[in-house]
Design a protein around this ligand. Sequence first.
Ligand code: GLA
Length: 734
Amino acid sequence: MGIKYFPEHQLFVLDAADCTYAFMVHPRYERLVHLYHGPHLGGGDVIKLFNYDTSPRSQSTIPPGGNPRDGSLSNLPQEFSSFGCGDFRRPSAQVRTPDGFNVVDAKYVAHRIFGGKPELPGLPASFAADDEAETLEVTLRDDVTDVEFVLAYSVFDKLPVIARSIRAVNRGNAPVTVEKLASLTLDYRSGIRLDLVSFPGGWTRERRPTRERVNPGIREFASNRGLSSHQSNPFFILCDPETTEDHGRAWGQMLVYSGNFLAEIERDQYDMTHVQFGLNPERFSWKLDPGETFQSPEALTAFSAAGFEALSRTFHDFLRRHVIRRTQVLRHRPVVVNNWEATRFKFDEEKIVDFARRAASLGMDMLVLDDGWFGHRDESDSSLGDWVVYKEKLPSGIAALAKRIRALGMEFGLWFEPEMISPDSDLYRAHPDWCLHIPGRPATLGRNQLVLDMGRPEVVDHIFDAMSSLIGEASINYIKWDANRQFSEVGSAALPPDRQGEAAHRFMLGTYSLLRRLLDRFPELFIEGCAAGGGRFDAGMLYYTPQIWTSDDTDAVERLFIQYGTSFGYPPSAMSCHVSAVPNCHVGRVTPLATRGDVALMGAFGYELDPATLGPEESAEVRRQIAVAREDEHLMLEGDFYRLGSPLADNLSGWQIVGKDKREFIVTAVRILSRPNPSHDWLQLRGVDADTVYRDLDTGECFSGAFLIHVGLYFPIVKADFTSFRRRFRAEEK
Ligand code: GLA
């Protein structure tokens, strides 16, 4: 690891674990020219990448004082691309000045290199000890507007990841308005043909990988829904057209942010690919008074020379080491039973206690009481914002209920939807202007609710007080944090007209501050994220909530697809996965309990069903699953994840989680449909040591690693749909 500066060329070389990232100050234009991002390059070779592109081209726009031989800004790979000054590609920034223009053209001023990784004020961001990371900050300045852009790059000692962000500082005497500030700009030089893998989806079918060629023109995907959204995820991969799970180059980009974002991937006339990734400029602007700073969210860019599998493991390790809180990431995950799918809003105290009693007898660890315990909430049409117990349902109150449940040997967790407000709530009646809204415009409802204006400190204070008094009083150490609607009429009663564009980002900053304050007040509190299932599954939330409810769809077959897609960027420990009842409430499918268990055992494991409905055989199966979850928890939390095949392409697909020392692993496979007269299925394993002998702990049979890699495990033919197969292996002593 290390960041080097070579003054003779004003060259920056960032060595991040297994990769090199390089750029330099253009000797005449003073803009930052991107040179390289890929496997380590020998010595001084990287400088050869400069000047490959000097032939004058027709219609080139040459900066004032420039030489046509130096080419146009529009053809130079750059670290920060200007707007309105002859670079026609999507810009890194747009800043409007009082004269009405929003041109940006920033040149190198200075840089500094230091140990460690700074926090980003108010935002989630990667962290590292001073000896684990090094940071470079390069200051660029637009001389006309006096706005500075400080580009930050951090490299980490053990992983090929670079954390990037930009802050804009108004050094002038007049206010300016930031209209766009991407977190990262990436340029791939001519001749690098690329595919794009992105993760679009919808409610109950989140993050389905989609691969396409990067063709001439601009391909965008975005969220303008307030949350990072079910529909797109702030994560994507660019790769060689030949890249597979275990071969080829892949560059992954992930935003540490949970709100609106935009990814722009542009292939130009010279086959260069130009990327901008960061806050979505739609509905965004941020006024900067003289001396003020605006900080962009952080983006993570990772590189793999060995396909998607290695890229995924890099992100998994990075999120676990440098994004998710160290005190929480490896924390024991209780086997949860959540009452939502079993009861919806129809429960009372005795039913919940009975539920918990039965769950305890099956060996479950924690009851999470979901929606419907507060205000007078019997449906989704009231009470959000009124975080006081619904006495008719729960007459003893939350603290006493928690105590009764603990007396059964179960822990107690509680659902909140802190950022929302129902029009039918005491909070709304007292403060009708505390929601996002535009005066004079009727408010669009989503799931019968409105969105709180979390950018207002008094709103955050109020919700903090309500939540913390309940959490304190009932000694709650686990909450599920939901957010069930996307934003419309995004306006704030607390902002003047020239700051209305700030409302959505201020919302996110307020939400982050609430999360931070709760975690500071209750260091033992563990928060599971959720947003109508997986509608805000991103690295920003993972900074505060080490696991996230992956999807409202708990059907085992649908979950194969959802968890497969999610695994490209996010580790198993981040995916909350529960076994639910059949027929599944979303698709009507009936899958075996064992398969539901095996699929849910990929991540943080639990149940979403009424224990009273289980017969003796099912109860025995549940007890078995819980024992397995406990035994293999360390692998789920820390192991190396490998995808075996893809449910998108194969009838049989699975995954492996291998201990870091390769001494143990689990392998799971699911055959979706039974086929007549079938061929034999062998599952070739990954990530095991060829020279080690592994024992199948269920059957006692031993296999060499080489056999498992080159031949594989045989998956017996079963005449039934949706069958699964899970095995645990341990290395024999040598
Ligand atoms: C969302 C969540 C569910 C459940 C309901 C409660 O849909 O994703 O798990 O908590 O809200 O209303």
